[in-house]
Design a protein around this ligand. Structure first.
Ligand code: SAH
Ligand code: SF4
Ligand code: F3S
Length: 456
C-alpha cells in the first residue's frame, strides 16, 4: 500500500477551508462500485464532500465499465456533455477511472478527443489517485496513472453507498479468458486477498451492524488458488459463517466449471450464507459453450444443478445469458431455451453479444443479423417470464426472512426487500424497518416479486 499521508495533507492545504464537492459515479459490476467507494474514501480524506448533482461539483470522477459497447458509448456521451460544465466552471476537474481506461485505444481516444478530461486513473491504481490529483491541482494539463499495483488498496477506508449492505472484494482479476469477454484484459490476472484480512474486515462490518455482506470476485470459486496453502472459497465461507452477529453472506460470481460439491455443501451447512446461487451459464448449447471457451458442458452444468436440487428442490438459482454469440444458429439458441425450461431460474440477466476489440470472439465470423438477435432476446425473456410466474408460486404460504431495502417504487405504502433466496418481497410497513430483517408471510406471487404480510 502506497503511503499517501503526505500527499493528502498537501492536497488539503491546497483546497483550503472552502468545502469542495466531488461527484463520483460508478458504472458496471459491483466490483467497480466497490472501487468507487474506495475512491470516495480517499477523496474524503482529502477533505472533499460529496454531491449527486454534477452541476455543483468541483471534481467529477466517472468510474467506467467496458464489458459491452453500449456501456462505453454512454460514458463517451456523458464525457462529451461535460464540456459545457467545464466552460461554465473552468476550475472543475474531470477524471476517468475504471475498466475503459485499461484499453490502450480507449485511453488514447479519451486523451485525444476530450480535452475536458484532466486525468485518467487505471483499474489497479486507485491508491495513485492522490498523486494524480495533486499534479492536476498544481496546474498540470493532463495526468495519467495506469500502473498495476498489487496492493489491492488495502486499508483505504471506503465510503459505502449503504448503511446496512457492504461489499467486500475477495479477489481481483480473471484467468478464464472467455472468448467474448474484456474483463481479463482490463482487470489483469487473478489475485486473492489474504484470508485473515477478509475475515477481519467482515468481523468489523458485522460489529458495525451491517446486515448483508457481499463477497466479490470475477470467479470467487478460484479464491485462494494463487496463494500457496491458501484457504479455498468454501473454507473461507465456513470461517466467515463463524463470525458473531445477525448478518447474511452473499457472493458473486461463481464459474460453473469450478462450482464444486464442497461449495454447495458449504452453502447448505452455513446458516449465514444466503440460500441462492448465481451460476452464469451463458448458453445452453455445447458448441456455443466451446466457442466461448467456458470449459464446461451443458451436462456438467446440469449435474451441479441436480446436486443442488437433490438437496432442496426449490433452491433458488439465477444466471447470465448471452444471446447472439457469433454465428449462433437457431438450434443453438433453442438449446438455451430448453436449458432455462429445465433449470427453472428465478431470474436471468440476459445480454445481446457485444463485440469487444482484442478478444478472440471479435475475430469470429458472425452471420446472424442484429434483428434476429433482437427477436431471440424477446423470445428468451418471454419464456423466462412464464417460468418465473409459475416457479414463484412455490413461495406462497411460506414465511420468508427479508432484509428491507426501502419504499417500494411500484406499490404505494409498501416496502421492498430481498429474501435469503434473492427474491424481491413487497409488503406493507413503515420505513423505520429499512435496514432490518423482518418475517413476511407470502400471500401472492408475480413473475418478478412476491407479496405478503408482515409477521410480528
Ligand atoms: N465474471 C463473471 C461475469 C462478469 S461480466 C462471470 O463469469 O460470471 C457479467 C456478464 O456480462 C457475463 O456473465 C456475460 O453474460 C456478460 N458479458 C460479458 N461480456 C459480454 C459481451 N462481450 N457481450 C455481451 N455480454 C457480455
Ligand atoms: Fe469474463 Fe469469463 Fe472471466 Fe467472467 S469468467 S470475467 S465472463 S472471462
Ligand atoms: Fe465492467 Fe469492469 Fe466490471 S468491464 S463488468 S466494470 S470488471
Amino acid at each position: 500500500m502506497k503511503d499517501n499521508t503526505e500527499i493528502i495533507e498537501r492536497i488539503r492545504e491546497k483546497l483550503g477551508t472552502e468545502r469542495k464537492l466531488a461527484y463520483v459515479h460508478s458504472f458496471g459490476c459491483q466490483l467497480n462500485v466497490s472501487d468507487g467507494e474506495k475512491i470516495k474514501g480517499l477523496l474524503q480524506q482529502m477533505g472533499y464532500g460529496f454531491t449527486d448533482d454534477e452541476n455543483e461539483a468541483d471534481l467529477i470522477i466517472l468510474n467506467t465499465c467496458a464489458v459491452r459497447e453500449n456501456a462505453e458509448n454512454r460514458v463517451f456521451g456523458i464525457i462529451g456533455s461535460m464540456k459545457k460544465l467545464k466552460e461554465l466552471k473552468p476550475s472543475l476537474l474531470i477524471g476517468i477511472s475504471g475498466c475503459m481506461t485499461a484499453q490502450p485505444q480507449i485511453a488514447e481516444k479519451i486523451h485525444r478527443s476530450y480535452p475536458q478530461v484532466d486525468f485518467v486513473l487505471g483499474t489497479s491504481a486507485i491508491s495513485g489517485l492522490p498523486a494524480l490529483l495533486l499534479d492536476v491541482l498544481n496546474g498540470r494539463e493532463f495526468a495519467e496513472d495506469i500502473a498495476e499495483y498489487d496492493d489491492f488498496s488495502e486499508n483505504v477506508v471506503q465510503v459505502r453507498e449503504s448503511g446496512f449492505k457492504a461489499s467486500v472484494p475477495i479477489m481481483f482479476g480473471c484467468n478464464n479468458f472467455c472468448t467474448y469477454c474484456i474483463v481479463p484484459y482490463v482487470r489483469g490476472r487473478e489475485r486473492s486477498r489474504d484470508a485473515q484480512d477478509i475475515i477481519s474486515e467482515v468481523r468489523q462490518l458485522a460489529a458495525d451492524g451491517y446486515k448483508e455482506i457481499m463477497l466479490l470476485g470475477q470467479n470467487v470459486n478460484s479464491y485462494g488458488k494463487d496463494i500457496p496453502d491458501g484457504m479455498s472459497f468454501p473454507q473461507l465461507l465456513r470461517e466467515l459463517n463463524k463470525i458473531d452477529g445477525d448478518f447474511t453472506i452473499r457472493f458473486m460470481s461463481s464459474h460453473p466449471k469450478d462450482a464444486s460439491r464442497e461449495l454447495i455443501d458449504a452453502i447448505f451447512d452455513c446458516k449465514k450464507v444466503a440460500k441462492h446461487l448465481h451460476l452464469p451459464v451463458q448458453s445452453g448449447s455445447n458448441s456455443v459453450l466451446e466457442r466461448m471457451n467456458r470449459r464446461y458442458t451443458v451436462e456438467k452444468y446440469l449435474d451441479t444443478v441436480n446436486y443442488i436440487r437433490s438437496r432442496d428442490a426449490g433452491f433458488s438459482l439465477t444466471t447470465d445469458i448471452i444471446v447472439g454469440f457469433p454465428d449462433e444458429s437457431d438450434e443453438e439458441f433453442e438449446a438455451t431455451l430448453d436449458l432455462i425450461r429445465q433449470v427453472k431460474y428465478d431470474n436471468i440477466y440476459s445480454f445481446i453479444y457485444s463485440k469487444r476489440t482484442g478478444t478472440k470472439a471479435a475475430e469470429m465470423p458472425d452471420g446472424t443479423p442484429e434483428d434476429v438477435k433482437g427477436q431471440r432476446m424477446r423470445r428468451l425473456l418471454e419464456v423466462q417470464r412464464g417460468i418465473s410466474t409459475e416457479f414463484y408460486r412455490r413461495f406462497v404460504g411460506r414465511t420468508l426472512r427479508v432484509l428491507v431495502d426501502g419504499a417500494s417504487k411500484k406499490h404505494e405504502g409498501f416496502l421492498t426487500g430481498k429474501s435469503s433466496e434473492f427474491i424481491i418481497v413487497e409488503f406493507e410497513g413503515g420505513t423505520e424497518l429499512v435496514g432490518q430483517f423482518v418475517n413476511v408471510e407470502i400471500t401472492d406471487s408475480m413473475n418478478w416479486a412476491v407479496t405478503g404480510k408482515l409477521v410480528t
